[in-house]
Design a protein around this ligand. Structure first.
Ligand code: ADP
Ligand code: MG
Length: 204
């Protein structure tokens, strides 16, 4: 993943967030405060504006700029979490496809350090973790990055769907306890879009 691809990835994620903003907020209305789509759309709109204003020189600098913009512009739990994701990706970014998987892994480790989510807590981690495992497994078995990211996307979507039956143990949704069951987690839904956006830009 070079600078152009990372740039395209972030912009595709911003586009998907814009397209799904209402849906993400509707999901959050059921188990939170109905702002996940609004939060993410505000953040990703600011991210794209910053990329247009001050185009970063390399992929690492781009990830850093994205992370800082998200931390600055998004209120709520998701801003610092997605911000940390990109900030942690930054130093791990390189030019090779294997580096992208490692950088994503570093990003997710940052999310875990920051939010302390574990598998099954009904958060974005439940989409991200299976996606990374599928990505690593596919690359290890010789798949190219496009194929591996397609498999990662399928795993992220499966992880997202599995949050429906989970009891929320982190964030606002955890206040609902058992009543959070029966609803898909909004952050897991945006996280599946993040992985899907990478698959899209690598395929094209
Ligand atoms: P807020 O909950 O502050 O309103 P958002 O609505 O933007 O923030 O984001 C909610 C999403 O953030 C949840 O759906 C969940 O996926 C994610 N989330 C919340 N807390 C955590 C956490 N501790 N670790 C990982 N993800 C979290
Ligand atoms: Mg919310």
């Amino acid at each position: 993943m070079d600078l152009d691809r990372i740039n395209a990835w972030v912009r595709e994620f911003a586009r998907l967030i814009g397209e799904n903003a209402q849906y993400l907020s509707d999901l959050d209305a059921a188990i939170g405060d109905a702002d996940h789509g609004i939060n993410m759309d505000r953040g990703m709109t600011a991210v794209v504006a910053a990329l247009d204003d001050t185009p970063p020189a390399d992929a690492g600098a781009l990830c850093k700029q994205v992370g800082m913009t998200l931390v600055k512009s998004v209120g709520g739990a998701s801003g610092p979490l997605y911000g940390t994701f990109f900030l942690r990706m930054a130093p791990a970014m390189g030019a090779e496809s294997a580096d992208f998987a490692a950088a994503l892994r570093a990003g997710v480790e940052g999310v875990v350090q920051r939010g302390r989510a574990e598998a099954g807590d009904k958060t974005m981690f439940d989409a991200l973790a299976p996606a990374l495992d599928a990505l690593d497994a596919a690359l290890a078995s010789g798949a190219d990055l496009a194929k591996a990211l397609a498999e990662a996307t399928a795993a992220a979507e499966k992880g997202r769907d599995a949050t429906e039956s989970m009891v929320a143990r982190k964030g606002r949704a955890s206040y609902l306890g058992q009543r959070s069951v029966g609803h898909v987690d909004p952050g897991a839904t945006s996280a599946a879009l993040l992985i899907g956006a990478a698959a899209t830009v690598v395929r094209t």
